[in-house]
Design a protein around this ligand. Structure first.
Ligand SMILES: NC(=O)c1ccc[n+]([C@@H]2O[C@H](COP(=O)([O-])OP(=O)(O)OC[C@H]3O[C@@H](n4cnc5c(N)ncnc54)[C@H](OP(=O)(O)O)[C@@H]3O)[C@@H](O)[C@H]2O)c1
Length: 385
C-alpha cells in the first residue's frame, strides 16, 4: 500500500484524486487537508479514515463541530502540512492546494525526499529554483499532474533528453479565443467562469480565460523539464479541443503527443502509479468510432489577447524573482476582478506592469521569495480607470 498525503482534498483536483484512489488498488489516503470547506472535509474523513485531517484555516477551526473516526487526528494550521509532508509513513504528497499557499508544503515534501504529484503549479512558478534544488538534494521525485505537463512527461520517454528539439505546450485558448480583442473589456465574471472544455476550480478557470494559466504553465514547464528558453525549447499552440495535452518534438523531426479526453483523473492516476500504467481506473476513454477534428492555431503574439503567453515566456527566461512576482500580482488581480474592482482586460496588463517594475533579484532564497510575495500583495493597487 502506498500512503498518500492529499493537500487540497476539498478542491477540484483533490476530489478527483479521491475518485482515483477510491477506484484503484494499492493506494490509501493517510492525510487530507481542506481550508474552508469543513463539511466536505469531514465527509472525506468519514469515507477514507485517514490518520490526519488538516484544517489549514485556523480561524475556521471554531466552526468544526464533528467528531472524527477512531484513529483520526485533527490538526489545525498550515504548519501541519509541512510536518505531515515529512512523516516517514507518507510515500506520495499530492500537492493540490490552489495558489502560492501550496509552496511551503511542496517544498517540505521535496526536502523530505517524497514523490510529489504536483498539481499546484504556483509553487514552481513562485519557487521553482528552490523546490527543484530541494528535490535534487533529497532525492524527491516530482511527477506532474497538470495535464499538459503530464503529457510532456510521458512523451519525453520516447527519446533521450539530449535528443529533444522542443516541447509544444497546448492551450485550449479558453472561452474567448474567438472573441475580438476589443470586446474583452466587457467580459463578465460569469462568462469568464464558463470554460469550454475543462471543469476546474475558480482560480484556474479564470486564469485559463485570461491565458495567464498558460503563462504559469510555461514557467512550470521550464522548471520541471529544465527547458532552455533562450534556445527556443518551448512553443505554445492553441488547440481548442483539449485532446492533445501537449507534444514533444525530437531532433529527427518526430513529434510524440499524448491524447485523451479532457479528464484530470488520468494525469492524477499516472502521477500516482508511474512508472506503471494500470487499468480499471475511473478515467474517460476516447471513442475511436466517432469522427473527430483536432485543430491547432499558432498564437499571434502581437495581439493583446496573447500577451499573457508572451509574459510567461519572458518570465520563464528571466527566472529569479520574476515568477513569484508574476504569480502574486496575478492572484491579486484575479481576486480584484472577482470583486468587480478590475476589468477582465486589465488583468494581464496590471500583472505585466508589476513584474516589469519590481526590483529583480536573480537568485532569491525561499525566505526572500516569501517576503517579496507578501510585499507584492500588500502594495497591490488596481489601476485608475
Ligand atoms: N482543477 C483542475 O482541473 C486543474 C488542472 C490542472 C492544474 N490545476 C492546479 O491544481 C491546483 C488546485 O486547483 P483546483 O482547481 O483543484 O482548486 P480548487 O478547486 O479551488 O481547490 C483548492 C484547494 O486548496 C484549498 N485552499 C484554498 N486556499 C487555501 C489556502 N490559503 N491554504 C491552504 N489550502 C487552501 C481549498 O480548500 P477549501 O475548498 O476547503 O477552502 C481546496 O482544497 C491549482 O494550482 C491549479 O492551478 C488544477
Amino acid at each position: 500500500m502506498k500512503k498518500i498525503a492529499l493537500f487540497g482534498a476539498t478542491g477540484s483536483i483533490g476530489r478527483s484524486t479521491l475518485d482515483v484512489v477510491g477506484t484503484i488498488d494499492g493506494f490509501c489516503v493517510s492525510a487530507i487537508s481542506g481550508h474552508r470547506n469543513l463539511e466536505l472535509l469531514h465527509q472525506q474523513a468519514e469515507r477514507f479514515r485517514p490518520r490526519w485531517v488538516i484544517l489549514t484555516d485556523g480561524s475556521a477551526a471554531k466552526e468544526w463541530n464533528w467528531s472524527l473516526p477512531k484513529g483520526t487526528e485533527l490538526c489545525v494550521g498550515m504548519k501541519a502540512l509541512t510536518e505531515i509532508a515529512a512523516e516517514a509513513e507518507i510515500d506520495i504528497v499530492v500537492s493540490a492546494i490552489v495558489g502560492r499557499a501550496g509552496l511551503e508544503s511542496t517544498a517540505a515534501a521535496a526536502k523530505a525526499g517524497k514523490r510529489i504529484a504536483l498539481a499546484n503549479k504556483e509553487s514552481l512558478v513562485a519557487g521553482g529554483a528552490v523546490v527543484k534544488r530541494l528535490a535534487k538534494e533529497n532525492g524527491a521525485e516530482i511527477v506532474p499532474v497538470d495535464s499538459e505537463h503530464s503529457a510532456i512527461f510521458q512523451s519525453l520517454q520516447a527519446g533521450k533528453r539530449s535528443e529533444l528539439e522542443r516541447v509544444i505546450l497546448t492551450a485550449s485558448g479558453g472561452p474567448f479565443f474567438r472573441m475580438p480583442d476589443e470586446e474583452l473589456k466587457n467580459v463578465t465574471l460569469a462568462q469568464a467562469l464558463r470554460h469550454p472544455t475543462w471543469n476546474m476550480g475558480t482560480k484556474v478557470t479564470l486564469d485559463s480565460a485570461t491565458l495567464m494559466n498558460k503563462a504559469l504553465e510555461i514557467i512550470e514547464a521550464k522548471w520541471l523539464f529544465d527547458l532552455d528558453m533562450e534556445r527556443g525549447e518551448l512553443e505554445v499552440m492553441i488547440h481548442p479541443q483539449s485532446v492533445v495535452h501537449s507534444m514533444v518534438e525530437f531532433r529527427d523531426g518526430a513529434v510524440i503527443a499524448q491524447l485523451s479526453p479532457p479528464d484530470m483523473r488520468l494525469p492524477i492516476q499516472n502521477a500516482l502509479t508511474y512508472p506503471d500504467r494500470i487499468g480499471g481506473g475511473p478515467t474517460r476513454r476516447t471513442n475511436w468510432r466517432l469522427d473527430q477534428t483536432l485543430e491547432f492555431f499558432a498564437p499571434d503574439y502581437s495581439r493583446p489577447k496573447f500577451d499573457a503567453l508572451k509574459l510567461g515566456m519572458e518570465t520563464a527566461l528571466r527566472g529569479g524573482t520574476a515568477g513569484v512576482v508574476l504569480n502574486a500580482a496575478n492572484e491579486m488581480a484575479v481576486s480584484a476582478f472577482t470583486r468587480g474592482e478590475l476589468r477582465f482586460d486589465q488583468i494581464v496588463p496590471t500583472v505585466r506592469q508589476i513584474v516589469e517594475e519590481h526590483d529583480f533579484q536573480p537568485e532569491p532564497t525561499l525566505e526572500e521569495l516569501t517576503v517579496l510575495d507578501e510585499e507584492i500583495r500588500t502594495n497591490f493597487r488596481t489601476p485608475e480607470n
